[in-house]
Unconditional design. Sequence first.
Length: 489
Amino acid sequence: MSVRVRYAPSPTGLQHIGGVRTALFNYFFAKSQGGKFILRVEDTDRERYSDESLQDLYDTFNWLGIEWDEGPDKGGEYGPYVQSERFDLYKKYAQQLVDEGKAYKCYCTAERLENLRAEQQKDKKSQQGYDRHCRELTAEQQAEYEAQGIKPVIRFKVPLEGKTVFNDVILGDVKRKNKDISPDPVLLKSDGFPTYHLANIIDDHFMKISHIMRAQEWLPSGALHVLLYEAFGWEPPAYCHLPMVMGKDGQKLSKRHGSTSLRDFIAKGYLPEALINYVSLVGWSYDDSREFFEKEDLEKLFVLEKLNKAPGVFDYKKLDWFNGQYIRKLSDEDLKSKIVPYLQDAGRVNNPPTSEQENMLDGLIPIVKERLKLLSDIVPMTSFLFGDLAEYPVEDLVPKKKDTSAALDILKLGRSLIEKMTELDDEQLEEEFKALSESSSYKLGDLLSPLRVAVTGSRVSPPLFASIRLLGLDKALERIDSAMVILDK
RNA sequence: GUCUCCUUCGUCUAGUGGUUAGGACACCGGGUUUUCAUCCCGGCAACAGGGGUUCAACUCCCCUAGGAGAUGCCA
């Protein structure tokens, strides 16, 4: 059997980390099996639909470098791949179920349903959900409702007895008594749009989907879907419910845990390779030691057998670590091109950069590369190079266990050495400082610290000498001078 | 409330009846280093609990507890 899997998002919001992982697993599974990965847009919720969401979907996967074999923009043998364009199909099959007595029209109003739910909640009744009010309506009753102009929904007749079992690739047999299944869910809404349950089954069937890989939050719907397949007389695909991605508190990952939309991750400066690598490792593993996987590796190595059952907590710190690792793997040129937009957005660099800025950037890359976790870190890390120095606490100029006069002394000594920068390279300059350290009572660190603060405004910075060269010796000396003025007061 | 699923270090995980229970992130030390970072070395730290089955259980079975998800004319 040839593998055909699908990612079927609903364009009602931004793509988030959980959805992306589901898509990735589907994609990797398809690739590793020589199968097809399909994108299907489930836009049946016209109230929450937005064009922006749809665009975000494309932007996200473009950024990830994931391509589908069939989809709305690509076409394919089993299209259209947008559910709103497949209306006739849903209507036809819903009607078929009604004709066969496997589904029925329901005329209950939204108000009645609301009241029902409120009552059930209040009484803590074990029976929750629709009370099957319209399941056995007579033709006369139906005609009466129709005469009132009520637009019915079509509900599925869930069997009252027996049980439904389906096999999940990860979880094994999942059993459920039919009486515990959501009572007669809506298949076709009153506006003629299908619900997820209906559209999903029909599309998966006609698109010849072989495996349904989706998050475990869908597990409770599994039995219902199998029942639906049976009602149509179709063979259900294999099920594979993926463990969910949780926040730190163990709850379903959401905005309150931090950024969850891919758009946010992109903006912060995560690399697609880092994100793909990390995300693939929550709920899946390869073996007991390997942890670096690029997209191409996963396309070959991914196997269903290594999928995990238990939910996993999304660890932002580990993602950051991966990102740092991947940044360090970038060539200087690559890193430069990825960093420039951040500097431009911050108004530090022109678009395109001036030749002077290009030089500055070239010098910058080697000294920041191993210090970046996120691409966006470049902005605060290099602010001292662009424009005026921000205010810093005067006491930062004074090394620990030293006093103001010592700091002043150091600045003066250091300044005279820094001046020689034009003739010396960094190594030689460092030797000079070491010599000074030995001939004075100052440790090397104490010697450099006040200069660092004077020039960069912070006790933490990229290597001092390289920073000064990028800044320009004149400017650096000016800053040292004004630091001495401040200390002198 | 009901149903379903889940349960190895703080976190992600390896493990498939006999292991000093391994790795990674985080954290804590130490080294390299002009600060920071990188890099290197070391440390901390787990089989939810209780019953079985077995010569032997993290691994198999049962129960309990805890967690999560679902319970919509949302997906």
